[in-house]
Unconditional design. Structure first.
Lengths: 227, 391
């Protein structure tokens, strides 16, 4: 399952003390359902901000964001929460696994939030962890896992609700090159098998070049990159 | 954890997690310990007060008639007594005369309250050596002045009698028949003497009263309402409650003030809980943001911290309850806190745990401290995921 993304004239600024920093300056973007898009750009150019706006984690100053035809500005806090739960799977650079929960429990969390039964959630979480080769790490806590393993757990968690859209913010940024390549391979593989739309923000041009489409963010606007 | 809601599941994990974090552990223990200390201190303080007050009330009420009727001057006391005796709920009614005067013996004098009684010594003189008519003094005074039954003392009335040489004090020389348990110091200033002698001492100024004994204190309050119908006009009816109104008010006030003073411990514990939960929220901020990113609604995030506060409050209150009730039972059962019986009318501090007190202590503590959890819960619920996730 996958969804399309449509972004029109999105602007976003931050106040840095006295200074107003215009991060996004009229971003337009269309992503087709099932597409795998990479966004590259220098640090601080607003890649993560764009990702947060697409994921309904933040709201734009102006412009519209639609995911699967649903305008995010129309949703209240409760419906936004439900939207994030069912539509989007997030993968972050620092994984943000809950330190007091095992790998299995971390993967189950989106299901528990959605009100799924524990038995069902546990079975699905086991299946996903098995799929990424972590069947022997189910009861390990995040501090007992390597960086690559933690990111694989985060990937499973992102896919748990079978969301039609995966948003990944520097998923390999905190990993050694070997682990980074492994995790990216896994992402590509899972995206293909689960048929989801995916948008990845990365610094790594080599990994980005393996995605279906490559965009760069400069001067607050998106540009298509030639391969 | 399968049957546990998501917020409770996460709250339990955070509580267990905080045990691994030394500083948060210290703050959590301080908060729960403060609540436990406050609850235990409140239970013990109120139990000690209740114990004292119950003993004092018992002591006071044993020396107070259920109902006292003051008859108007010139009223037929015997006829009034018969009328009162016939009222439902009245066990007996006794005529007495009450007045003030002096007791003289062995060159010493003392101002006293004199109560003249008829056939039998009234119940407000407990522990008497006998109940027959005669002069009875407080046991402390008897001991202090070194008197024995049969010793003759002088009882003087302030009402003078007119003689050819002018007004003279009325004096009766009476043998001591026995003593009664005076209990508190002020009871030493009371003596009982035959009604006929009291009538002679006070003459026409004697005020006749009826001491009415009822089946119980509750009945006495009901009976008091019926008495004006059968008594002569101008009679004054006072129940045990009216006679001790000031004392009972003071006791209630004392308990309320004690509650407020000791409750400050719980207030401080509540503030400690606020800082503890705020610190836990600060240390779990990215996780709270991730929960929001995964679709946890603001109400779910609020409930996590309400549960966390609720668990700490519940734990503290439970420990305080066990310590307070257990401590009060031990202190009372083994009379561990002794008192000099020459000074107090008790030889140890009694502890009486009342269910009503315990309920109000635990209820007020839980409500106040739980309310303190709302601050952190509100902050968690109002966090935007993107703010929480920012490093």
């Amino acid at each position: 399952m996958s969804v399309s993304i449509r972004v029109n004239g999105v602007r976003k600024s931050y106040r840095d003390g006295e200074r107003l920093v215009q991060v996004l300056n009229g971003v337009d973007l269309e992503v087709r359902a099932g597409e795998f898009v990479a966004v590259v750009g220098p640090s601080g150019c607003g890649k993560s901000t764009l990702l947060h706006l697409l994921g309904a984690l933040d709201i734009p100053d102006s412009g519209t964001v639609e995911v699967g035809g649903q305008g995010l500005a129309d949703l209240g806090p409760r419906r936004l929460a439900a939207f994030r739960n069912r539509t989007i799977g997030f993968v972050f650079q620092f994984q943000e696994l809950l330190g007091d929960f095992s790998a299995l429990e971390n993967v189950m969390l989106p299901g528990r939030i959605a009100g799924k039964s524990t038995a069902w959630a546990e079975e699905r979480a086991r299946g996903l962890l098995d799929e990424v080769g972590l069947q022997d790490r189910l009861d390990h806590f995040p501090n007992q896992l390597s960086g690559g393993e933690r990111q694989r757990v985060a990937l499973c968690r992102a896919l748990f609700m079978e969301p039609p859209l995966i948003l990944a913010d520097e998923p390999t940024g905190n990993l050694d090159p070997e682990s980074g390549v492994q995790v990216f391979d896994l992402m590509l593989d899972l995206q293909e098998r689960h048929g989801t739309t995916a948008l990845v923000v990365t610094h790594n041009p080599e990994l980005a070049s393996r995605c279906g489409r490559l965009l760069s963010l400069e001067g607050g606007k998106l540009h298509a990159e030639r391969r | 954890m399968s049957g546990v809601s998501l917020p409770l599941w996460i709250a339990i994990r955070y509580l267990k997690s905080s045990r691994r974090d030394a500083f948060i552990t210290f703050l959590s223990l301080t908060a729960a310990g403060g609540i436990a200390l406050g609850v235990a201190a409140l239970i013990l303080a109120l139990a000690a007060l209740s114990g004292f007050q119950a003993a004092l009330k018992g002591e006071v009420l044993s020396r107070t008639p259920d109902i006292e009727v003051e008859l108007p001057a010139g009223a037929d006391a015997e006829a009034a007594r018969r009328e009162v005796d016939g009222v439902d709920g009245v066990r007996s009614a006794q005529i007495v005369v009450r007045g003030r005067g002096w007791l003289l013996a062995r060159g010493r004098s003392r101002a006293v309250e004199m109560i003249g009684f008829g056939a039998e010594l009234p119940a407000l003189f407990p522990g008497a050596t006998s109940r027959h008519p005669g002069l009875y003094l407080g046991d402390g005074l008897v001991s202090l002045w070194g008197m024995e039954p049969g010793d003759v003392v002088e009882v003087v009335s302030p009402v003078p009698t007119l003689t050819p040489v002018g007004p003279q004090p009325r004096v009766r020389r009476l043998p001591v028949v026995g003593s009664f348990a005076a209990g508190r110091a002020e009871q030493e200033d009371r003596l009982a003497l035959p009604l006929s002698e009291a009538s002679l001492l006070f003459g026409r100024s004697a005020v006749y009263r009826l001491l009415v004994d009822c089946s119980d204190l509750g009945t006495a309050l009901e009976v008091a309402g019926k008495l004006p119908k059968v008594l002569p006009a101008g009679s004054t009816v006072r129940t045990w409650r009216d006679l001790n109104r000031v004392l009972f008010f003071a006791l209630r006030l004392e308990k309320t003030l004690m509650f407020v003073a000791v409750f400050l411990i719980v207030v401080v514990a509540g503030m400690s809980l606020v800082s503890d939960l705020t610190l836990i929220l600060a240390s779990k901020r990215p996780e709270v943001g991730m929960l929001g990113a995964m679709g946890a609604a603001p109400s779910d995030l609020r409930r996590i911290f309400l549960w966390l506060g609720g668990l700490l409050v519940g734990l503290g209150a439970l420990i305080g309850l066990v310590l307070g009730v257990g401590g009060a039972w031990l202190l009372d059962r083994y009379e561990l806190l002794s008192l000099p019986s020459q000074v107090y009318f008790l030889d140890h501090v009694p502890f009486l745990v009342r269910a009503r007190d315990v309920l109000s202590i635990v209820g007020t503590t839980v409500v106040l401290t739980f309310a303190c959890s709302f601050y952190a819960a509100h902050r968690a619920a109002s966090l935007w995921p993107v703010e929480a996730l920012r490093r």
